[in-house]
Design a protein around this ligand. Structure first.
Ligand code: UDP
Ligand code: MG
Length: 305
């Protein structure tokens, strides 16, 4: 019999893990496989870990890894992937926003030969501003990045052992899973589900963390922003040269022109801004290289079972 590992990153999810477990356990009766639950406690500061310990005690299919502090969801995903022993794995959120009722369908597709079964959600019930912003973001990212990232496609998916091993062979420090999933390819199947509103606990995403995550998505996959910096640099320098030539010719023909205040100031502001922007872009890449070269572990485990 094959084994299916279910990986659940949890950060301060005391209000929902038990419920998640009960509900998922029920649905797993429909999956003709041995089930292994891998809860990854990402340094929760509430009762998540004691609840997981208890679950593991009562059910030998339940395992958990607990981090020494909060390392972020990407680290939790990686830990779960490394720990899982299954022939296939399902990555799912603890807050029941990813319906476990989809897992039996995912398993069927896996049995039919798919390596990635991707659950795509629609965005019903979401705040209008967030919906619009995400929309604009995905348009931008897909223009900039080589891998295709689809709106509504999150981390909720099934991966075959082959796809999982491919993913684990990517050893970068800055992990942007959405991009990595798409980068590895393999035989993919997309299924859809209704967006679920979180009922228990709170979302861990602040506006700032979403913004940072968005930036990772753009920067992790290519160096196009650096290219843009170079081309704009060339463009602006050329324009500057032409402008200087024009002014010089003008000076020899008509003498000194006094009201140059506006142009001077606007040139300083414009160029200053653009230089800062591109310095920032270059800095971002150097920062990434810095973190890659340190080769620090992505997480530290305090306790596991
Ligand atoms: N999560 C995590 N570490 C973090 C933040 C979140 O493991 O630092 C987990 C969280 O417990 C949940 C999943 O990642 O199971 C998705 O988080 P959340 O529901 O806050 O994100 P959203 O659904 O709002 O995108
Ligand atoms: Mg959620």
């Amino acid at each position: 019999m094959k084994t299916l590992s279910i990986i659940i990153p949890c950060y301060n999810e005391e209000a929902t893990v038990q419920k998640f477990y009960d509900e998922t356990k029920e649905w797993m009766k429909k999956v003709p496989a041995q089930i292994e639950y891998v809860f990854v406690d990402d340094g929760s500061r509430d009762q998540t870990l004691p609840i997981l310990r208890e679950l593991a005690e009562l059910d030998q299919d339940v395992h958990y890894i607990s981090f020494s502090r909060n390392f972020g969801k990407e680290a939790a995903i990686l830990a779960g992937f490394q720990y899982a022993k299954g022939d296939a794995v399902v990555l799912i959120d603890a807050d029941l926003q990813h319906p476990p009722s989809l897992i039996p369908t995912m398993w069927n597709h896996y049995e039919n030969g798919y390596d990635q079964v991707i659950a795509k959600r629609n965005r019903t019930g979401e705040k209008f501003v967030r919906k619009r912003l995400t929309n604009v973001y995905y348009k931008l990212v897909n223009r900039l990045v080589e891998v295709e990232i689809t709106d509504g496609v999150g981390d909720f998916r099934l991966l075959s052992r082959q796809a999982l091993d491919a993913l684990l062979s990517l050893t970068e420090y800055n992990r942007f899973s959405k991009g990595l999933f798409s980068w590895i390819g393999f035989h993919e199947k997309m299924i859809e589900f209704e967006n679920q509103i979180r009922t228990e606990g709170t979302s861990k995403w602040s506006f700032a963390s979403l913004l940072n995550y968005g930036m990772d998505g753009i920067l992790s996959f290519n160096n196009k922003p650096l290219r843009i910096a170079i081309y704009s640099g060339i463009g602006i320098t050329l324009f500057g040269f032409i402008y200087i030539l024009f002014t010089l010719v003008n000076y020899f023909l008509h003498g000194v022109e006094t009201p140059g205040y506006f142009t001077t100031i606007s040139a300083i502001i414009l160029l200053g801004g653009i230089q800062l922007l591109f310095l920032g872009i270059i800095g971002e890449y150097i920062g990434r290289i810095y973190f890659e070269t340190k080769r620090r572990p992505q997480y530290l485990v305090k306790e596991k079972n």
